[in-house]
Design a protein around this ligand. Sequence first.
Ligand code: ATP
Ligand code: MG
Length: 408
Amino acid sequence: MDISDKDIKFALPAPVEAAIDVLEGAGYEAYAVGGCVRDLCRGTVPHDYDITTSAEPEMIEKCFSGYRIIETGIKHGTVTVIVCGEPLEITTYRTDGEYLDGRHPENVTFSRKIEDDLSRRDFTVNAMAYSPRRGFRDLFGGRRHLRERVIACVGEPDRRFGEDGLRIMRALRFASTLGFDIEPATAESIHKNRALLGKISAERIFAEYKRLLTGQGSERILSAFGDVMVEIMPELASLGEEGYKTAVRCAGAARADVVLRTAILLGAPERVSALVRLKPDGKTLSSVKRVVGFLTGEFSGDRVSLRRMLRRCPYEDAHRAVEGRRALGLMSEAEAEGISSALREMEAANECVTVRQLAVSGGELMAAGVPEGERLGEILEALLEAVITERVPNERPALLGFAAKMTE
Ligand code: ATP
Ligand code: MG
């Protein structure tokens, strides 16, 4: 049995209620909208709240004249107001103009009707509004789709993806993070329109990709939309159909970590260029490069080999390499657990695995007569190798003695 809209009551945080009251008190309509309403309906805690209102930006500013205001989004009808220390995005009802480039509307028109604002939103579950005074607005069956656990476009899928190709990645991302299916007509349109992603900036695709890959439904969605994945990462095609299936299954079996799952999906260094084209942040890229490098070929888990690995690889990536090899079936559970606990012990003991951890510094070696320059670097590396292989203890006199012998 459905509860009628006016009987639905959600507790909104005090600043959100206060902001809605301010706008309503000035004679405008105001609702919480989008992701926060979706999350409230699902019984999860929204991480932020957006407010939509019939008031135009200037009026919003007037209503909140006693508050701190950040004007950044004003052109698009968004005013950020700090209410009780919380930044709240308040956006005027709007309709998007024509999308000529498949990315941005040509213009944005303010509207007086909440219906217009909900119609421009991407998916039915994201197109609901709620206000304690006005109740619930769900024009496109968002609650039914939440119950049925499906992502469906608001309106005609081909047209909506044509307006903004990023919505293709967003559909996959929401389906993955929420553990939902994609409604058949929407899914069909995604397959058909996948090339539209070519118009979307790499950074925006990567932001959605990260959430897609770490969502609870990532394995299912990556399997069903391999064609979209090849669209954004053409190098995945070289895996072949079977190879892709296996990679997706192994990535899904691994911890929900972007670096680890990406490394497993790519599988080999020659496919890292697929990630490069998504312009990820430098830390993610260098970690994926390192981890991928350990997913093929031999791998020894003895202490000396692990120390050699840690010379160039931070502990977190070493752990990922072990998890990756385990997920790919290249290591038994017991073996992986043994190596992971060895890594944890080594880190806790602050074992010397980098030049910086040597008990002598370059300065001290110079004071002891080693000339500055290339030779100094070579000696430090040789000392590290000797410590790693346990030929010399990591103690200053022993290291100075070893260095002296090298410079004789
Ligand atoms: P979360 O913040 O939890 O990732 P969200 O639903 O709040 O989810 P946002 O990207 O913050 O997602 O977008 C806020 C709302 O704006 C969405 O719920 C949706 O209504 C609308 N929206 C965002 N991006 C688009 C888009 N590309 N096309 C149409 N509507 C969009
Ligand atoms: Mg949001």
